[in-house]
Design a protein around this ligand. Sequence first.
Ligand SMILES: [Zn+2]
Length: 308
Amino acid sequence: MSHPIETYALIFVVGALIGSFLNVVIYRTPVILLAGAEDEINEEPTIPATFGSRLKWTLNYFWEDFSYSVSYLFKDFWVESGAVLKGLSFPGSHCGNCQNSVAWYDNLPVISWFILAGRCRHCHEPYSFRYPLIEALTGLLFVYVFWLKGPSLDLFAWLFWAAALWAVFWIDVDTQFVFNVMTYPSIFLGILYNGSKGNLKWSLAGGLLAWCLFEAIALLSVLLLKKEGMGGGDVKLAMLLGVWLEPKLLMISLMLAFVTGSLAGLALVAIRRQSQPFPFGPFLVLGGLVALSVGDSLWAWYIDKSIW
Ligand SMILES: [Zn+2]
C-alpha cells in the first residue's frame, strides 16, 4: 500500500516514542519480577537417569506446569502486573549513575542520545547505544506494520501485537526469560481480536496447536535427550503467535524460528566449541514478524515445491 512519505515519517516518530517506553519496559520488568528470586533462577532441575522414572518425572513436570499456567491467571498474574505497572510508572526516567532525573528535552527518542553524545547531561556517564537503536528499530517496526495493515482500526491491534513481541525479544535476549505477564495479555487480546473478526475457531485452534507442539518438544527432550529443551515461557510465546496468526502463517513462523534457531545454535557451537543454552524466544518473535508479510508467498512456494 502506498501512502505519502509524511505519513510514514509520522508513524516512525510514534514508533520511536513507543520504543522509548519499551526501553523502560525491557530494563525494568526483569528487575521487578526477578527481585528476590535468585535461588529459583540458578536452580537446575535434576532429571532422573532411568527411562521409567524420567517418564514419571516428565508427566509430573507437565502437570505442575499446566496447573500453574492456569492458576497463574487467577492470582499471580494480577500481583505481577500490578508490580510491573507500578515499577514502570515510578520513578520517572533518571540517570542510573547520578540519579538526576532526565528532562523531556533530553529524552527525545534517538535524537537526544546523539545530541548528548551518548552521555548523561549531569555526570557524563555513558549510555548504551542500545537505547537509540531499540527506539529507531521500533520506529521501523511500526512503519512495517503500517505498510502491511494500512490506516484502520486493525492497525492498533497489530501495533500492540508487534510492540509486545518486540519487548519479549529483548527481555529474552537479556535474561533468557519469557515472562507470563508479557505474553498472557497478548494471548487474550489475540483471541478477542480474531473472535471479533469471526475467526475465533482458528485462533483457538492455533493456540492449541502451538501448545501441543511445544509441550511435546519439551517433554520429548527431557525423556529422550535428558535435558530441558524448551522453557515454559517459549510455550506461551508460541501460543501468542498461534492465536494471532492464521494457521498457515503460524506454521511458516514456527518453521522460520526452528530453521534460524538451529543455524544460530550450530554457529554458537562452532564458535564456542560447546553447546550452551541460548534463548529461543527471539527466533519465535522474528519468525512471527517476518511471516506477517512474506508468510503467504513462502507458504505458496512451499506447497508448490513439495510433492503433495
Ligand atoms: Zn548521570
